[in-house]
Design a protein around this ligand. Structure first.
Ligand SMILES: *[C@@H]1O[C@H](CO)[C@@H](O)[C@H](O)[C@H]1NC(C)=O
Length: 262
């Protein structure tokens, strides 16, 4: 949490202090009323600023997420939700998301109309906030080792979205986990995978997971899908591309659309 996009102290100096003192000096003989007014205004600005400061944490955090979002495919899922809704329509009713920070994605999905959502969090989360803890308590989010079969019946979810998690699996485990994700989906599986160029930043960010991501090229993925008989959901892929370009949305991760088993 050391990267801070803005420096609040400097911003205060620029917006709050300078114009006020400037206007004070311009008036040679400010009337008492004006002085009181200015003092009140100054106090008000100070209070407003300090509120901003505390409330501002969330906006700082948002900005921070945006910065980190460039590196994380889970944040990319959050940005892609409107496009996915457009592409998958009714299939967004019952969504399973698997990936780090799934609580954030699940909470966001739950805010959408007519959307139920569940999550699988692949890593231990010590710093889960209270709303995440509550999702876990309710069984909506599970913390699970994704190398083992998912405890869901076939076609339990209309759509399954996985982000980042697959980047950490060797082909041996991909062979187990990917079919299982397809198995529990009814109308498709969406995969968000990192681009090989994102390696460095990711390794630093996710060092706590013990192993670096193996970021693969799209040709690696496509070859893998073909060799292992995963079927591309061409309709969804095309619609995703069209919708994304119409909205000038450029995902910073590779997005693949696979069909569910018939
Ligand atoms: C994964 O499965 C495919 C066949 O479905 C097989 O050819 C390949 O060797 C497997 N990879 C590993 C690492 O087990």
């Amino acid at each position: 949490m050391s990267r801070r996009p803005v420096n609040p102290t400097r911003r205060f100096g620029e917006t709050g202090g300078v114009p006020l003192s400037g206007s004070l000096h311009q008036k040679s003989r400010p009337s008492p009323l004006l002085t009181i007014g200015l003092i009140l205004l100054g106090t008000f600005l100070l209070i407003a600023y300090s509120y901003r400061g505390t409330g501002g944490f969330s906006s700082d955090k948002e900005a921070l997420n945006k910065v980190e979002g460039d590196l994380s495919c889970t944040s990319e899922v959050q940005r892609a939700i409107p496009v996915l809704k457009k592409v998958y329509g009714d299939s967004m009713h019952k969504v399973l998301h698997m990936g780090p920070e799934t609580c954030t994605v699940v909470s966001l999905l739950l805010k959408e109309e007519d959307t139920e959502a569940w999550g699988v969090e692949p890593y231990d989360i010590e710093d889960a906030d209270s709303s995440c803890k509550s999702l876990i308590r309710k069984g909506i989010v599970r913390v699970a080792d994704i190398k083992f079969p998912l405890p869901y019946k076939p076609k339990s979810f209309s759509l399954v979205i996985v982000s980042e998690a697959l980047d950490y699996l060797s082909p041996r485990y991909l062979n187990k986990t990917l079919p299982d994700l397809v198995r529990v989906s009814r109308d498709g599986l969406v995969i968000f995978a990192g681009y090989p160029g994102q390696q460095k930043a990711k390794t630093a960010e996710f060092s706590k997971f013990g192993r670096p991501a193996k970021l693969r090229s799209s040709s690696w993925w496509i070859k893998y899908f073909v060799q292992n008989h995963f079927e591309e959901n061409e309709v969804a892929s095309k619609k995703f591309e069209q919708t994304a370009s119409k909205r000038s949305y450029k995902p910073s991760c590779q997005v693949f659309h696979l069909s569910s088993y018939h």
